[in-house]
Design a binder for this molecule. Structure first.
Ligand SMILES: Nc1nc2c(c(=O)[nH]1)N[C@H]1C(S)=C(S)[C@@H](COP(=O)(O)O)O[C@H]1N2
Ligand SMILES: [Mo]
Length: 223
């Protein structure tokens, strides 16, 4: 098994993220994804709209920028590309060129991706993991999965997608831990300004504490 540079396999699939000890947000009775930004109008996608798109299965490893990788996951859902083509392209004015997408979760989390990266063949809006509906720990009811990019792109509890013609304002621009804008795992794009291998040891030191805190907010933690 080959992992991207600087990654180490972990057992299982830990809950991880900036939500830390907060429990997962409640799943709405009727989940939707709102779509907005530089479009002729906003729209709301229901799970019924998603159900009309072709189902996709994707076997992939999942790589966190901190340095752990969960291996052999099986995701199911619909391709982001299919959602984009079917529901976003018809809303574009002829001279509008989308460059960036903002993904937002029910917990307020946001990630930004280049449209080009989001349209890659392995990017899904997933609703199932390893044969079961997504649980709260891993992003119920719907999450983005972009396995060729570090996990911070893969927004859980996805409830909104915003399409932009320029890079959206970035609150982390001057932060010392500013994440790389593309975060491609095989290029080791961990940090915006520093080479990936330089930040490895620092990021690795964060795994224990973040993992422990995230587990405290988990609904399924072993007692
Ligand atoms: N909504 C939301 N999505 C999120 C996060 C988060 O805190 N909230 N953390 C990100 C990070 S840093 C990682 S590594 C992955 C972790 O996914 P997992 O908890 O399913 O392992 O989710 C990403 N998506
Ligand atoms: Mo992460």
């Amino acid at each position: 098994m080959t992992l991207p540079p600087g990654q180490r396999a972990v057992d299982g699939f830990p809950r991880f993220g900036t939500h830390l000890h907060h429990p997962p947000p409640p799943v709405p009775a009727e989940p939707v994804i709102t779509i907005g930004g530089a479009l002729a109008k906003g729209v709301t996608l229901t799970t019924g709209d998603l159900a009309e798109l072709p189902r996709r299965e994707l076997g992939a490893d999942f790589h966190c920028v901190a340095g752990w990788s969960a291996t052999g996951l099986l995701w199911e859902g619909v391709a982001f590309e299919a959602v984009y083509r079917t529901h976003v392209v018809p809303l574009l004015a002829p001279d509008t060129v989308i460059s960036h997408v903002v993904f937002e979760g029910l917990d307020g989390y946001r990630s930004v991706a280049l449209l080009e990266d989001a349209r890659a063949e392995d990017v899904l809006i997933a609703d199932r993991l390893d044969g079961r509906p997504l649980d709260g720990d891993h992003g119920a009811p719907l999450r983005l999965v972009s396995p060729s990019q570090y996990g911070f792109i893969s927004t859980k509890h996805l409830c909104r997608m915003e399409f932009h013609t320029t890079a959206p304002p970035d609150p982390d621009r001057w932060s010392p831990i500013a994440a790389h804008q593309r975060g491609r795992v095989w290029q080791e794009e961990r940090h915006r300004h520093l080479p990936g291998r330089v930040v490895r040891p620092v990021y690795r030191g964060l795994i224990g504490p973040i993992r422990a805190l995230s587990a405290r907010g988990s609904r399924t933690r072993p007692r």
